[in-house]
Design a protein around this ligand. Structure first.
Ligand SMILES: [Zn+2]
Length: 273
């Protein structure tokens, strides 16, 4: 691509091998709280000709970081790990069906920026934004205008090949144009399996006939445990998220008969959008 890779992360270990990530100056997508950069993962002791594996590096916006600090990343990773645990149970439950696509969840690697050039005073560069992953978009906005602070926490995810699709939104809107049958049943399954404690939703990623690989799922927890933010991070909408899902949800053959919350007392503000 001919772009400079000017930021480097601290090293981390993947399957026993020390690695690090580099990423470009220009973010390609942004969400409410984060910027996403294209990058590559290399081995710390790799050969000079190692080409690296593509990845996406996510950086929290400065104002967000100041508010949430490290807690945001820990909560996000907690959500991914919970979703992965649920996916394994789901796969084990439905494995007998040979037509059934497995569910996997990408777990982000949390690292820190090690080297960062000083971007203060740099003239913002505008440009077209390539097809960004999922909900993050930033078309027409400046891109290299973000101060990347040394020591800032980043989440690194291996790049998913294939078409990136949102199957189910954070407020549980189902994408009926896509193969959402299994993702929707999976969401319901997570409520059942956790005995009504959590609901995994916000399911986006890549489907390839054999499996769904989701990134960045949200976990809504019924008990927010007194925290200012949801136990599972900023996307944890708590009881609201759970009720919203079930208010709109119609069971399919995979999730029919699974545990549902008591909807007899549903607040008015959850009805409709
Ligand atoms: Zn259902």
């Amino acid at each position: 691509m001919g772009k400079s890779q000017s930021h480097t992360s601290e090293s981390f270990t993947v399957n026993g091998v020390d690695k690090y990530a580099t990423f470009e100056d220009d973010w390609f997508a942004k969400g409410a709280s984060r910027y996403a950069y294209q990058g590559k993962i290399f081995s710390v002791n790799g050969w000079w000709f190692e080409r690296g594996q593509r990845c996406v590096v996510k950086l929290y916006k400065e104002e967000y970081c100041a508010k949430l600090n490290e807690e945001a990343w820990r909560a996000d990773k907690r959500a991914s790990l919970k979703a992965q645990e649920m996916a394994e149970l789901f796969n084990a439950t439905y494995i007998n069906d040979s037509n059934f696509a497995r569910i996997e969840v990408l777990i982000p690697i949390i690292s820190q920026i090690k080297t960062a050039p000083n971007h203060v005073g740099r003239k913002p560069v505008s440009g077209t934004v390539p097809d960004a992953a999922g909900r993050e978009s930033g078309a027409g906005e400046t891109r290299a205008d973000v101060m990347v602070r040394e020591g800032a926490s980043v989440a690194i995810e291996y790049f998913l090949r294939g078409r990136y699709v949102e199957f189910l939104s954070n407020t549980s809107l189902v994408n009926t144009e896509e193969k959402s049958f299994v993702p929707v049943a999976f969401s319901h399954f997570t409520f059942h399996e956790s005995k009504g404690e959590i609901l995994v939703t916000d399911l986006q990623g890549v489907y390839n006939q054999k499996s769904y690989v989701f990134t960045d799922p949200a976990v809504h927890s019924m008990d927010k445990r007194g925290a200012k933010f949801g136990y599972y991070g900023p996307t944890d909408l708590g009881v609201y998220g759970v009720m919203k899902f079930f208010y709109d949800h119609k069971c399919n053959s995979l999730c029919k008969g699974l545990l549902k919350p008591d909807m007899s007392n549903i607040p008015d503000n959850l009805k409709g959008d």
